[in-house]
Ligand binder design. Sequence first.
Ligand code: PMP
Length: 437
Amino acid sequence: IAPANNLDAFWMPFTANRQFKSRPRLLVGAKDMHYRNAEGDEILDATAGLWCVNAGHSRPKIVEAVQKQIAELDYAPAFQMGHPKAFELAARVAAMMPGNLDRIFFTNSGSESVDTALKVAIAYHRARGEGTRTRLIGRERGYHGVGFGGISVGGIVKNRMFFGSLLNGVDHLPHTHDREKQAYSRGCPEWGAHLADELERIVTLHDASTIAAVIVEPVAGSTGVLMPPKGYLEKLRAICDKHGILLIFDEVITGFGRLGAPTATEYFGVTPDIVTMAKGLTNGVIPMGCVAFDSKIYDAFMDGPENVIELFHGYTYSGHPMAAAAGLATLDTYKEEGLFERAAELAPYWEEAVHALKGEPHVIDLRNLGLIGAIELESIPGKPTARAFDAFLKAYEKGLLIRTTGDIIALSPPLIISKAQIDQVFETLRGVLRAVD
Ligand code: PMP
C-alpha cells in the first residue's frame, strides 16, 4: 500500500489516473479564465473544466451564495420537505425552457439526469395505459453518462459490450458523422439529415407500440464533438410525433449558453419532450443536474389510468440547498453579465479562429458551433489517441488546458473568454500542432 503522503495515481483509479501512469497533474486554485497548478503556473482554461464552468472560475457572487447558504441551512430532506431555493431554481430553469418544458426534477449529475429521463419516459407511457412502450433508442457515438441506463443507450460500443447486455430492448440510430462528406463544415454540416430516417426502420422492426423514447445529444460532445446535420433534429422530431415516441435531448453539455442560447432546444428551434441538464446549471461549483419535462408528462402522471406519481424515484440530495444556492447565483451571473448573448456574439470570431488552423500539421478536420470547437488530428497508425494526448501535454506545458477525446481536441472555454484570450488559445495550439510528432 502506498504511503498516504504519496499523491500517487494509486489513490484515485479511473479518474486522476486516467492516462497518467504516474504523478497526477494537480490544480490548486482557479480564478475567472485560469487555473493555477501545484507548481504555481497559470493555466488558461479552454475547456471550462469539463464543459461545466460556463461563467468562469470562483466567481465572487457564486462563492458568496454558497458560503451564505452553508451557514444558513446546510441540508433539507428531499422528500416530504423542501426549501425555498430549490423551488425558486426550478421556476427559474422552467422559465428558461421553451415550449411546455416546465416541470423540473433535480439530480446530482448528468448520468442521473439521463437515467431519470429514461424512467420518466417509460412511466409516461405506462401512466397512459401504454405499458408496452419500454424500448429505448439511442445513437452510435452518443454519450449519456456512466449509469446503466446511460451506457445502454450510449453509443460507445466498448462500454456496452464490457458490461454485458445492460438494459434490454435498446436500439441505436447510426451516428451522423462522415468526414469525407462533412470535412471543415462551419457550424452544422449540410450532409446527413437523411440518417434520421433510420428511425423509421427501427419503428418498422419493433412496432411503435413498443417504443418509449429516443435520446440524442443535440451536439455529441464526449465522443468527438459532432454537430447535427442541418434538418436532422427536425426530422427526428417529426418521426417521433408520427409514432407517439418521446424525444429526449441530452443537453448536459449544450445547456446553459454553450451555443449562445440558453439551450440547444432553443438554438435549433426543435422542442423535445424531455431535456436532461447538469454541468452549467451550477457552473460546476456544486454537483447538480436536472431534468425538464413537458407538462403533458406530469399531467399523465397525475391523471392517467395508472397513477405513477407515487412511484419511488428521488435522491437524498435532490434539490440540495447548497446546489440550489449555487444554481441561483449562477443563473444570476449568466443574466447580469449577458453571457449567453456574449457567447452568441463571440461565435463568429471563434469560428474564424478554429478554421484558421486549416493546413496546420496533422489536422484533418475542424468543427465549430457556438463556443464549441473541435480539431481532429490524423491518428498515428495503431495508436488512436497518442497524437492528441501529446498535444494535450505540450499545450499544458505552455499554460493551456485542452481536452482530448480519441485524436480529437475538444474546446469549450468559459463564456467569459475575451477575444485576446481566444487568440492566445489558437496561437498556442498552432505552436503545439507544429511541435507534436
Ligand atoms: N450526458 C452528456 C451529454 C454528457 O456530456 C455527460 C458528461 N460529459 C453526461 C451525460 C454525464 O454527466 P456526469 O458526468 O455529470 O454524470
